[in-house]
Each structure stands twice: as structure tokens, then as C-alpha cells.
Design a protein. Sequence first.
Length: 319
Amino acid sequence: MNKPRLTIPKSAVDAAGSFLYKLFRYLLLLGVSYVAIFPVIKFISASLTIPEDFFTGASNIVPDTPTFENYINSQDYFKYFKHAKVTLLITVISTICSVFVCSLVGYGLGRYKFKGSNLVYAAVLFTIIMPLQTAQIPLTYYYRWFDIFSIGKLVGLITGETLTVNLLPNLGRFVVPALLGVGLKAGIFIFLFRQFFEGMPKDLEEAAKLDGCGAFKIYWKVMLPNIIPVMVTTILLAVIYYWNDSLVSGMSNLNMGTPLMVEISRLFSLRIGAEELTLMRRTVEYYSILFSAVLPLIAVFVFCQRFFVESMDRSGSKG
């Protein structure tokens, strides 16, 4: 007599497969999140740890005796708020200029097709992949003797002396490139705006033209209110790039003071040749300085992450 075969319902197999897939996905997400978040956790933990525990290996993720003395002691030789004020001024002004101009360029490339538009867009993409470090020396020379569109040379033909402007000691080295659409990482911003504008329906633009709106009025009244997600995303990215910048900021001294990241770089270079006890004490204080430097960026990202995700989703879609 044949024994009855044991059969597993297809629904149970599908449920088990779905469970295993979700488990794998969550474990992968947890691992990637840990790798990304661990440096921040380390900053916080080390900045709250006393030097003795840190160097004897007794420090844990949660310090046994947490203290804020590292933050207080670091203010004796590192004026955080003084340097952060300079960085904040650079970041706010440059971000506003760069985002506005890049949105105009992205609007033109995304909504209007003209001869050479693809070539212009290719040049924009090239600026994304080209490291800024490779152009540091030419940029320093360009900012020292700034002459837009060679107008100064034309004036020199009349006056006998080329007219140039020195942008290095002031905000000009940040603001002028931002206004010309070539600020820090401007290529990424133009790319995001172009992709977003291309995905917007043409009916909005055609209806605005019937109402008598020109190109700029369509951009300002119709398009701009509909690109809030990508606008917030580019603002977030611009804030991160300008806040963390030490290349352009470190070309020469600014009249208003030293930016935050430039001063941190100088501070770490002073560790060479320091006495052992001083180095032990200041190592944990350096962690407090580093975490204080990235804390504003973490707060901005937490506030803007919803718009960031939405913009990344829209940037790859059309129509």
C-alpha cells in the first residue's frame, strides 16, 4: 500500500521565501547602517571619555564616566564659535548664490533645446568627475588676478594697465564662482535640476505661455514652486560642501578670519612634536572638536532627509 506523499502548500513556500528575503534585506541594511553610523558613534563616545580610560583601553561605546570636560578644555586653544561663524557666513551666502544660479542653468538645459546644448551638458558632467585639486594652482592665480571675460585686458588697452580684482582675501573667491554657475560641486546641482525639470509635464509651461508669461516668469511663478524637494536637496548638499571645504578656503587667509575646517587642519598639524602627556589629553579633545564640527551637518540632514530621498527618486524619472 502506497504511503501518502507529504506536500507543502505553495502559499507556505511563498511565505517562507518572502520572510527569508526580508530577513536578508534587513540584515544587509543593518550592516551598511552600522558601517556608516559607527564613526559618528565613535566621535561621540571618545569625546565624552576621559584620557586615562581612552588610552588604557577601558573605554566602551558608552563611557563608564562620561564627561563634557573635553569640550570645555578644547575652547582654551580652539575658538570653535569664532571659526564656525566665519564658515557659516561663507556657507549661507555661497549656498544661496550657487543654488539659485544652478537652478536657472538646469531649467535652461532641461526645458529648452538649442544648438550645442548637449555639449554644454557634457561640460557640466565633466566638472563632476574632475577633482578640484587638479585645478588648485590655476584657480589661485585666477582668483588673485580676476578678470571676467577679459574685460580688464580691454580696459588695459586704453589705460595701459590691465584691470584685475584680487578675490583671495575676501568672500569673492566663493561668491563670484557661485554666481557664474561654477561654484563647489555646481555640476551636481545642475544635473539634479535638469533631471527634475525634464520630468515636469509640458502642460504647465504651455498653460503659462497662454497666460502671457515669459521664460523667466514661467521659471519663477510656475516651475520654482514645484521643485521644492530638489531645491532642498541641493541646499543640503551645498551646505555640506561649503561647510567641509578646506581647499578653496585654504588658498590664502581671509580678512574676516579662518574657516572651521582650515583651522582644524592646522590644529592637527600641530600634533607633530607635542609632548606625550599633552598629546594624550588633546587626542580626546580633538574628537570633541571633530564632532562639534559635523554636528550642524547632522542636524541639517535629519531635517532635510525626506526631501533628499524624494529628489533622488525624481531625478532618475522623466515624463
